[in-house]
Ligand binder design. Structure first.
Ligand SMILES: Nc1ncnc2c1ncn2[C@@H]1O[C@H](COP(=O)(O)OP(=O)(O)OP(=O)(O)O)[C@@H](O)[C@H]1O
Ligand SMILES: Cc1cn([C@H]2C[C@H](O)[C@@H](COP(=O)(O)O)O2)c(=O)[nH]c1=O
Length: 210
């Protein structure tokens, strides 16, 4: 594997998809990686329009058991790795994923905290033998209050979008960033996207030389 893997993480409404769309547009005119726009793959978890991604969204909407939900997210991660991430890295591409395994540690670490002893660590360890670790992770940081304000018009998908729950998720993301400071770059995502885009592009450019 010789490409690089960049992930965007953060609570709901923190601006990850907005940033991904901006980079995707920019990549069409000024390729982010090497010389061609096809050398960057933009992707996401949960995956969209796939068997496993559809199962995850059905689980979120139907309030399934949190442990069952975790394993559906993990199945989606496994499929994402084999269908998209690994082939792109093997072909020396840059992969940018909107959410990845840290979302599991942060969210399912919180949904399972009363069911599984040390749920956060349990979820992290479940990934270790088979996942592909990102080279760089941008953590989009906003307050849970701003998150809920930004998400308030979304309608049905509100299961995770509650201030108290998002406080726990934020604490889990913080723990992940503290454990691996060399992988994480914290983005002040309450600032304008244009400003943060510059920071992100600079860090991605540095990755090319590693
Ligand atoms: N830097 C920013 N400042 C203010 N508003 C923003 C900023 N970035 C995104 N937004 C707005 O916040 C809302 C949520 O953004 P977006 O969908 O990109 O978040 P997200 O992190 O992808 O959310 P989710 O993970 O829940 O899908 C959108 O209405 C978007 O226009
Ligand atoms: C990957 C992943 C996601 N989630 C949560 C986070 C969101 O509230 C929803 C859907 O994601 P989207 O980016 O807003 O479409 O799922 C999660 O709990 N665990 C995960 O691993």
């Amino acid at each position: 594997m010789i490409g690089k893997l960049v992930t965007f993480e953060g609570i709901d409404g923190s601006g990850k998809s907005t940033m991904l769309a901006r980079l995707q547009k920019l990549n069409e005119s000024a390729p982010l990686w090497n010389s061609s726009s096809v050398e960057t793959v933009f992707t996401r978890e949960p995956t969209k329009e796939t068997l496993t991604g559809n199962a995850v969204y059905a689980a979120i909407e139907n309030n399934v058991d949190p442990l069952a939900e975790l394993f559906l997210f993990l199945a989606d991660h496994a499929a994402h790795l084999s269908d998209t991430v690994r082939p792109a890295l093997d072909a020396d591409k840059l992969v940018i994923s909107d959410r990845y395994s840290d979302s599991r540690c942060a969210y399912q670490g919180a949904t399972l905290k009363d069911t599984i002893p040390d749920a956060f660590d349990f979820v992290r360890r479940l990934h270790e033998p088979w996942t592909i670790k990102p080279d760089l992770t941008f953590l989009f940081n906003i307050s849970p209050e701003v998150s809920c304000e930004r998400c308030k018009d979304r309608g049905a998908r509100t299961k995770f979008e509650r201030v108290d729950f998002l406080k726990e998720v934020t604490a889990n993301f913080k723990k992940l960033a503290e454990d691996e400071p060399e992988r994480f770059v914290i983005i002040d995502a309450e600032k304008p996207a244009e400003k943060n885009e510059k920071i992100i592009l600079e860090k991605i450019a540095l990755l090319k030389n590693e």
